[in-house]
Design a protein around this ligand. Sequence first.
Ligand code: GTP
Ligand code: SPV
Ligand code: MN
Length: 581
Amino acid sequence: MAASNAAERWVDETAGLTTPARVEWCDGSKAEYDRLIEGMLQDGTLLPLNQSTYPGCYLHRSHPSDVARTEQLTFICTTHKDDTGPTNNWMAPGEAKAKVGGYLRGAMRGRTMYVIPYLMGPAGSSMSRVGIMVTDSAYVVASMHIMTRVGQVALSAMRSDDDFIAGVHSLGDLSPDHRLIAHFPEEKLIWSVGSGYGGNALLGKKCHALRLGSAQARQEGWLAEHMLIIGVEDPSGRVTYLAAAMPSASGKTNLAMVEARLPGWRVWTVGDDIAWMHVDAQGQLRAINPESGFFGVAPNTSPKTNPNATRMVRSNTIFTNVALTPSGEPWWEGLTPEPPAGLLDWQGQPWRPGTTPAAHPNSRFTVPVQQCPSVSPNWEDPQGVPISGLIFGSRRSKVIPLVFEAFDWTHGVFLGSAMSTETTAAITGKVGVVRRDPMAMLPFCGYNMGDYFAHWLGMQQRLTRPPRLFRVNWFRRGDDGKFLWPGYGDNVRVLKWMVERIQGGATAVDETPIGWIPRPSALDTDGLGLTQAQLGEALRCDAGEWLEALGDLDQFYAQFGSRLPQPIARRLAETRKQFAA
Ligand code: GTP
Ligand code: SPV
Ligand code: MN
């Protein structure tokens, strides 16, 4: 493998700082993966699972205080604070270098520093981008093997000597007191220390593909989004591609590989977490999935909720923080109606039912995309797939209807910018707290969110046929506290309505101040057993509730000052006026 001079120099510099015992360049081969697994089985980083029922599957137990992304320790480091914006943590680059540098100095003493050249996106795509990360965690290397394309394929895709995002990762001492995830968009650089978990440590994912990716995308005129990508096949065989933004642990993986509960309909999986979208020469929006694996939430994944995922994780999967059965199989809440006897919990302790969950609520599986039974034949198309609809979804037990459609692009951007959601176990902190999460990008936008809204608005002029924009909420609850909508496989009924809207079919809608809401009769609820009252409640738009929510939105927008685009402010004012009338 031949790396560029700039890459070699940066690796040498980094080794000078972290002083590892040895430096190993990764080639991404199966032999390398097997060696890493073997080493981790020997030192206890991995436990083998039952190799006859779960071949090639392993269990990793993380440090008990390192189980989710830590947003309070995640920083964007720009020269001017205003470029980071009010919704991100900011640190001056010099200060961050001093602080993280302190944690990194000598951090790899006696250990191996792995150098991982990785490609985000299919080989041969002009939309793909290269990263080179170093790490002292074999678990991170093995995970990067699954989640990205590692080795020569990455180095060959570099368009110039320094055409890569550089990432330094070290486990440090795993203490949250010495943890920091710092992004330097002006230097295409990531420094992450003190966590071995998911988005904190697999630097290709949130740090590169979203935070630095979004900053690069703005400069270069494309979009890097926290979105799944699917192809929805209708009974005539036509496939309509959609991308959907939803906050962490709010349904992307589930929708990405949903098994349609409607005859003749089928959903093809392109991606489950991140979409990079470009406008092509014809003015068509096209999307690639930069990843090559899924890092999916385990709890509630079952043959009932997500049969494709359940089948997919039966081989070649690394599980993190799930429970273990006496026969050496993984288990998590929801996998089976009753927990098997004799479980060890995610920390390896005997588990007693009725106490805390056996699997950590943010326990995950890491598995190659090709193993997904519903994987799209086009998932690695270098041209990407043509996107006809964009969806913004969030987790709200109240206020937000099951589905509605924006009037136009600007209105859709407004609806996305207005999104709020209830927090989940994917982030350290309180679960179930309502917070603003525009376009599901609050923790992932690598620059000023006001500029991000403007960038979205500006895309329209380059789109000859802009995608339709939709808002969904699978999580609205009735007065009895139960979900009003069955969700999962039945979400395809909502996708069907969207496809009908996109393809120009006649569907009955109500025009409301927030957009077009389908009449209950427009949704295919055949065989669902939902009462008209339930469906009506799921779709209800309440002026009083909305006026309150929009007041809160006004305050959120205020912090952007002059960086809030006028069209967004105007949309909010108009919507309030219409509700008040
Ligand atoms: P990240 O990987 O963190 O970005 O999450 P994600 O958006 O891919 O979320 P995922 O699909 O893994 O869903 C997380 C949790 O949401 C699951 O464990 C389910 O409990 C729940 N969920 C997903 N889809 C539905 C749905 O349609 N209805 C309901 N009620 N819950 C759902
Ligand atoms: C998310 O939190 O949105 C995830 C998991 O997809 S992580 O990789 O930890 O960011
Ligand atoms: Mn995610």
